[in-house]
Design a protein around this ligand. Sequence first.
Ligand code: NAD
Length: 424
Amino acid sequence: MIQENLDPSDMKSSVFDMAVEQFNAAADVLNLEEGMRQVLSSCKREFTVNFPVVMDNGKVQVFTGHRVQHNMTRGPAKGGIRFHPDVSLDEVKALASWMTWKCAVTNLPYGGGKGGVTCTPRSMSLGEMERLTRRFATEISPLIGSYSDIPAPDVNTDGQTMAWMMDTISMHKGFTEMGIVTGKPIDIGGSLGRTEATGRGVMITAREAAKHIGLNLNGATVVVQGFGNVGYWAAHLLQELGCKIIAASDSGGAISRPSGLDSTELLKQKNSTGTVSGFANCDVITNEELLETSCDILVPAALEQQITGNNASRINTKIIVEGANGPTTPEADKILTDKGTVIIPDILANAGGVVVSYFEWVQNLQRFFWEKDVVDNSLDSILTRSFNEVFSTSQQYKVDMRTAAMVNAIDRVATATNIRGIYP
Ligand code: NAD
């Protein structure tokens, strides 16, 4: 397990149970009737595949992967593909359901999906990764399509992985179908601004929350757990607004420097050594100490269930911006909300990636590509509007931001379900 700081008592319930618990809290606010609750809390399709890959040593290894479509009422399923040793059907179901709510809270014409393969990318060669990706893409291809289900990168998958998926499915079809995946490299139909989009969304939602609580970002202190794609870009863009990054971590370790870390220099170190650990003139701290470092803004940007009933009371920050999906357990949510910590929930805070994926898909379908400032400005206006909608719902119902975001999202999907009716 990479998640070394988990409290076993917090892990009793599954990640999907945690997602359903969050759903029920918002469904209660909406007085959602039982039948609709059942429809919206179930996954529409859960597809598991076991498939062989020839490894570099000539031996065959069988891997297990999943693609889950949680809800497709408002459009095609949209959601990333994760390669990680801890991938399970339970986790993929939770992540697929969060995608439904993420797309609905930002009002994108998508449903939610997610995929993953249980594997250890760190110990696999590039050739093994390519063969695994192409075979997995083939196995899940009955579900995948520009108008049915559109994957994107997630943990340990990137533009290259998406390029292999697009190429594989295009080879089967006999023509190039760009809109089948998003998060592609620019040269094969990717969108400008996609790489940094999730981190940009973290910055935009943090900026909006700071306005509401009167926090001056110039000199505000930031701690980032998980200095990967989301963590780096969030740190970098918050630094551009004047924030000071005082601690960061990845799976190789955690470091702190109260006078501030430079995000660009830290990325150089991470690119050359594979970890932030060992960065010059820093204190070495544990991942637990990192989360408990006193700061103005805490950005968990690693994996789920990091802020738990065990450590929440020691977390000392004004705003938590959930770059990762599901980093805060329901027990921790309650402790932190009671302390007055503002939590910008994952489905809003990290929605920047799917919003720009949506722009990429639109550009692919139209064969017409946008300038970067159009992408960045459109993202800013969608997320600022979504943030303000969630904030006013939280005021209206006197609930925390997570419940408010879920209320807005569930309301949109329930309305669409009612208008369409239950087939037959
Ligand atoms: P990534 O693989 O680029 O980065 C993840 C980082 O977390 C790595 O640096 C890794 O070393 C670190 N990490 C892993 N376990 C850790 C631990 N226990 N403590 C500290 N650091 C740890 O992945 P990413 O794309 O940046 O995704 C990070 C999170 O953001 C995931 O939860 C993902 O689902 C979510 N997310 C990503 C996107 C996106 O567009 N990339 C969009 C929405 C949500």
